[in-house]
Design a protein around this ligand. Structure first.
Ligand SMILES: Cc1ncc(COP(=O)(O)O)c(C=O)c1O
Length: 419
């Protein structure tokens, strides 16, 4: 049986969740959040003590800058920062830690690729293909690139349940103009899992560059970029029980080696003179300036923590919570689930014709229940669905079935008041 990091590997699912939850100071009865039920995990997750300790460890015991200091503290910081890169590489199944670039988050990773790779590879008439469900982070950078290069965005249609039309995607790719497939693996708005594996395979056969936005995937199932065989992959640390302000761009070394820098400054150079500069090899070439040292170390700790829990356990907890959430919602009149395709995970979205999503969230907030409402940075998806937004319940490993029961009670009350 897989072990639960810092907790018991045996016992009922509820007691295993309790032992995970006990590792998150946010839920401490004293000094924590004051009893909040936190169901906005697709936006950001709470942090386990192991991550907070790693951050505090750097800030209290060995704060110093990395890579250039020839004293022990700085060497320790450098080693910890680079060890985090190695942990992330292992976590993603990457061949080489030098393929891991630390960025601020998924957004910056996509911007980096669109800017450094896209600017030099796209021309008028080329197409960038994406799903209908994309987060703005995977739309706007490509739109900006299209405006600069004369390329065009193409969108793969989906059905009303949120299923991406694979045949339509193949038809678009077969026309020969698509140069980039950039798509999310799991929808933050609906919790739908997209057919990324098959589409990446088909795109690669046709010589199309592939980027996968794994922001909502990495905390739910194991990722192996070598097996996926994409060209680039991004995620954010803060949705993976890690710190904010740190994320990862992985790209195969042939891609990184051929890309010009994204930003100029310290640490990314080989030699600087007033006549011109030469640049370091990746990943340093893409990490200009002092990076988020503590963040990277904290992300390394988050990866260790989640690996310690194990993805078998993650799958079990995710499935139990998801099922329970659907059961709780099925008892509440006046709401309609949005996104009902198979293989959903993490998030459940619903809409009500009788109560506005923000009013529902406000009533829940009075009961100290945090859910997200609105377009979830996926306005084109909401336009396709013909709704202004949804109420989204998104779950993580520390959420209990009791949390969802309390949500159900509060939601029933909200619907009575507002309906
Ligand atoms: C699917 C997806 N992609 C990209 C992002 C952007 O992540 P960040 O804001 O951490 O850069 C998010 C954030 O919600 C997301 O859910």
């Amino acid at each position: 049986m897989t072990s639960v990091a810092g907790g018991s590997a045996t016992g009922s699912l509820d007691s295993q969740i309790q032992s995970i939850r006990a590792q998150f100071p946010f839920f401490d009865e004293e000094g924590g959040s004051g009893g909040w039920i936190y169901l906005d995990n697709a936006a950001t997750t709470q942090k386990p003590k192991a991550v907070l300790d790693a951050l505090m460890g750097y800030y209290t015991r060995y704060t110093s800058n990395i890579h250039r200091g020839l004293y022990e503290l700085s060497e320790h910081a450098t080693e910890s920062y680079e060890a985090a890169r190695t942990k992330v590489a292992r976590f993603l199944g990457a061949a080489d830690p030098d393929e891991v670039v630390f960025v601020r988050g998924a957004t910056e990773g996509i911007n980096l690729i669109a800017s450094s790779w896209g600017r030099f590879h796209l021309k008028p008439g080329d197409e960038v293909l994406m799903s209908q469900l994309e987060h703005h982070a995977n739309i706007v950078p490509w739109q900006m690139l299209c405006a600069a290069t004369g390329a065009k965005l193409r969108v793969i249609p989906m059905d009303d349940a949120g299923n991406t039309d694979v045949d339509a995607a193949l038809e678009i790719m077969n026309r020969g103009r698509v140069k980039v497939l950039s798509m999310m693996w799991v929808s933050n708005a609906l919790g739908v899992r997209l057919p990324v594996e098959g589409l990446v395979r088909e795109a690669r056969k046709r010589g199309i560059f592939t980027l996968v936005d794994g922001a909502q995937a990495v905390s739910h199932f194991p990722v192996n970029v070598a097996a996926l065989d994409c060209d680039a992959f991004v995620f954010s640390g803060h949705k993976l029980y890690g710190p904010t302000g740190i994320g990862v761009l992985w790209a195969r070394s042939s891609v990184l080696n051929a890309m010009p820098p994204y930003q100029g400054g310290g640490d990314m150079i080989r030699k600087v003179s007033f006549d011109g500069s030469t640049f370091a090899a990746p990943p340093a070439r893409f990490e200009a300036g002092t990076p988020h040292i503590a963040g990277a170390i904290g992300l390394g700790a988050a990866v260790d923590w989640l690996t310690g829990v194990g993805f078998d356990r993650v799958r079990e907890i995710d499935a139990a919570l998801y099922e329970h959430c659907l059961r709780v919602l099925s008892d509440i009149p006046g709401i309609r689930r949005i996104g009902t395709s198979d293989g959903q995970l993490g998030a459940v979205s619903f809409y009500s014709d009788v109560a506005h999503p923000s009013d529902i969230a406000s009533v829940l907030s009075v009961d100290r229940i945090a859910v997200r409402t609105g377009h979830h940075c996926a306005q084109p998806l909401m336009d396709r669905l013909g709704i202004p937004g949804t109420v989204r319940i998104s779950m993580a490993l520390y959420n209990s079935r009791a949390d969802l029961d309390r949500l159900g009670k509060s939601l029933a009350n909200a619907m009575r008041m507002l309906g």
